[in-house]
Design a protein around this ligand. Structure first.
Ligand code: 2IT
Length: 447
């Protein structure tokens, strides 16, 4: 039995109830076959056995009192996956679907993503099954404080540095950071995505979307094309979709869809004006589960209840919402409409069936761990600025973000080519991320 098959057997036996974790790790392991066959050093040092096991998983109770005076309890997680190349780094997600499987898959993906950024950050992820929709600001604050009352002891600027993710924006980061600061009595900027007056980096909110569009632009350049004049389907209407709309418009492309749990919007005029960008933010506050709100303000747009945007004819598709939001049937529709480029801005946004269809049909497909790394890269830049006690301008941050995304793109392309899979960004990203983490693990001994 090959080394990879042995590891696949181990994870399936140990964690059969963790479908998202199995999906993410099977994809990575499958990409690594050629690497571990060629070089036995990985087997000799038990790298795969170690890399699939988180260094530490913290699961804890989050009790809080709602506005009616009733005690509520949520379950919190922090998965400290791998610290071979730097402190654990990764967001905190508030979403009803958070469980150990989703936390582990996200922290696993984050480990390779962070390696690809070229910055010294290990992989981690946290979250809880808290649904902030319908909660008052006071409830959200009390919840964040209770979460920190436990989590603070596991964090630190050189240990573990969280950030936002789905359901966690600047407001929630503020409440969690405030409580952390009070408990530890220091202001080492242990979160990223902080407010601009207290150590946050300009452009962090925009960074994931900007980075995904920069990545798409690099993919198009390889086909001697550009973003200019392209139509784009985006899903979601949160932070990542918002940043993607802004940068796409700046490069002359037109985002014509956004979506929510209730359906999707088609806006033939494009989500391309400042008024529309600003309204996306407002919509999150009105009801983060309803994208339909958009058509009340922009009446040229049409709402398709219960549907996904992938049925529209577009040049570029960018899933920006949540894992497994684009399946084999959706991929078939995009392919039939001659989509040129698919860029995962959400983590594991596409199912394995969708990815296989793109690869088989030679449709350029960028996995999230490469294409959405702009967010965490800008977090890395925020950490650098905090350490130096400096604040860079938006232009300075943007220049660095752009350079990082171009570099990740080049790394994926070159690595795929080196191993005989030219044009396969999944294999390129997985091998390049793995090799960096594995090298650090080998050099640091069996720990
Ligand atoms: O999935 C991700 O890369 C994030 N949620 C951002 C993590 C970070 O530390 O900025």
């Amino acid at each position: 039995m090959s080394y990879i098959d042995k590891i696949l057997e181990i994870i399936n036996k140990k964690d059969p109830g963790q479908p998202e974790f199995l999906q993410a790790s099977e994809e990575v392991l499958d990409s690594l076959r050629i690497v571990v066959d060629q070089d036995k050093i990985y087997e000799k040092y038990g790298i795969l056995e170690r890399i699939i096991e988180p260094e530490r998983v913290i699961v804890f109770r989050i009790p809080w009192v709602d506005d009616a005076g009733k005690v509520q309890v949520n379950r919190g997680y922090r998965v400290q996956y791998n610290s071979a190349i730097g402190p654990y780094k990764g967001g905190i997600r508030f979403h009803p679907a958070v469980n150990l499987s989703t936390m582990k898959f996200l922290a696993f993906e984050q480990t390779f993503k962070n390696a690809l950024t070229g910055l010294p950050m290990g992989g981690g992820k946290g979250g809880c099954d808290f649904d902030s929709s319908g909660k008052s600001e006071n409830e959200i604050m009390r919840f964040c404080q209770s979460m920190m009352n436990e989590l603070y002891r596991h964090l630190g600027p050189d240990t573990d540095v969280p950030a936002g993710d789905i359901g966690v924006g600047a407001r929630e980061v503020g409440f969690m950071y405030g409580q952390y600061k009070k408990l530890v009595n220091n202001v080492t900027g242990v979160f990223t995505g902080k407010g601009l007056t207290w150590g946050g980096s300009i452009l962090r909110p925009e960074a994931t979307g900007y980075g995904a569009i920069y990545f798409a632009e690099e993919m198009l350049k390889l086909k001697n094309e550009s973003m200019s004049g392209k139509t784009v389907a985006v899903s979601g209407f949160g932070n990542v979709a918002w940043g993607s709309c802004i940068k796409a418009a700046a490069l002359g492309a037109k985002v014509i869809t956004i979506s929510g749990p209730d359906g999707y919007i088609h806006d033939p005029d494009g989500i391309s004006t400042k008024e529309k960008f600003d309204y996306l933010k407002e919509m999150l506050l009105i009801d983060r589960n309803k994208v339909e709100t958009y058509v009340k303000k922009f009446t040229n747009a049409k709402f398709f209840p219960g549907k996904r945007p992938w049925e529209q004819k577009v040049d570029i598709a960018i899933p920006c919402a949540i894992q497994n939001e684009l399946n084999g049937d959706d991929a078939q529709k995009l392919a039939a409409n001659n989509v040129k480029v698919v860029v995962e801005a959400s983590n594991m946004g596409c199912t394995p069936e969708a990815i296989k269809l793109f690869v088989d049909n030679k449709i350029a497909f960028a996995p999230g761990k490469a294409a959405n790394a702009g967010g965490v890269s800008t977090s890395g830049l925020e950490m650098s600025q905090n350490s130096m006690r400096l604040s860079w301008t938006a232009e300075e941050v943007d220049v660095r973000l752009h350079a990082i995304m171009c570099n990740i793109h080049k790394t994926c392309v070159d690595t795929a080519k080196e191993f005989g899979f030219e044009g396969n960004y999944v294999i390129g990203a997985n091998i390049a991320g793995f090799k960096k983490v594995a090298k650090a693990m080998i050099e640091q001994g069996v720990i």
